[in-house]
Design a protein around this ligand. Structure first.
Ligand SMILES: [Zn+2]
Length: 290
């Protein structure tokens, strides 16, 4: 396949064009394993994970990038996230029986797709991605064309085992890229789903651009990793009142919160809640369960 669990950038010596390849296998499997979603959701989440991986490679700073889809149809929410360490996670919510197959935009009709960029330092950015065409890749191409004025070609594919993505884009702030863009994008338009899923990156690069002096950067490893923690969960709980939390803890023995991404369980008893609202306003100690 496109090299497994790797994110790899490509630079072309003689053109202001960049390319990125993403291949997900274990990272994808682990992200969806705990959820038991139907095939349609798995495949769409696989494509979203491939997309956030590709887009994370275009960021110049530490932070995370999220792609979140919402609608009032059967599929309520789908989201995928990747940070600069290439940690990936994804989740979906939906109602009832889903069709075997459906297009991304059809499922989200009337809904919204939002891209969020959260730098570790500095301002959070949110952009609305137009639900254009039928496939997620078309929406993202439209986003780059309209919001960033960057001609972009995106190819995403997933089956139940693997997901892969390819991005071709004019380098920001390059001169007049029209001729290069037309040449490169017509070459990469020939890439098929099967090639993207099954060939390794060097072979894909050679097959598409063997005369264009493309060089692969060293690959980054992609992995499923959730950054939830006891401290973050505690911070989130403090949005509720102390009385509410204490009432739950008295009735149930503890306030139980499990992470929606990885199923990790965090439990807070009365003593923890007291600590949560004490001066330090933080729960001390480790992530161990009580
Ligand atoms: Zn988690």
């Amino acid at each position: 396949m496109s090299s497994s669990d790797q994110l790899q950038r490509v630079i072309f010596e003689h053109a202001d064009i960049r390319s990125v390849l993403a291949g997900l296998e274990q990272s994808y499997q682990q992200a969806i394993a705990k959820h038991h979603y139907p095939k349609l959701i798995n495949v769409l989440l696989g494509e979203m994970m491939a997309a956030v991986s590709l887009l994370s490679a275009t960021l110049k700073f530490d932070g995370r990038l999220l792609l979140q889809a919402q609608s009032s149809n059967q599929v309520k929410m789908m989201m995928a996230e990747c940070n600069h360490q290439r940690d990936l996670r994804a989740i979906a919510r939906f109602d009832g029986e889903l069709p075997e197959q459906a297009e991304f935009c059809e499922l989200l009709k009337g809904g919204q797709l939002v891209i969020t960029i959260e730098p570790d330092q500095g301002q959070r950015y949110q952009g609305v991605v137009p639900l254009e065409g039928s496939h997620l890749s078309e929406c993202l191409e439209a986003y780059f064309r309209l919001s960033e004025q960057l001609p972009t070609q995106i190819h995403l594919v997933a089956d139940e085992h693997r997901a892969a993505g390819f991005l071709l884009q004019v380098m920001p702030a390059s001169g007049d890229p029209t001729a290069d863009w037309e040449h490169f994008s017509s070459l990469s338009a020939t890439l098929t789903d099967t090639e993207l899923l099954e060939l390794d990156n060097a072979t894909i690069l050679h097959r598409l651009f063997h005369e264009e002096d493309g060089r692969l950067y060293e690959a980054d490893k992609l992995q499923f990793k959730c950054d939830c923690s006891r401290e973050r969960t505690s911070d989130a709980l403090r949005a509720m009142s102390r009385e509410e939390l204490e009432q739950i803890a008295r009735e149930d023995g503890s306030v139980d919160v499990s992470c929606q991404f990885c199923n990790e369980l965090y439990q807070f008893d009365l003593a923890d809640i007291a600590m949560m609202f004490s001066d330090s306003a933080k729960v001390e100690g480790s992530d161990q369960l009580h």
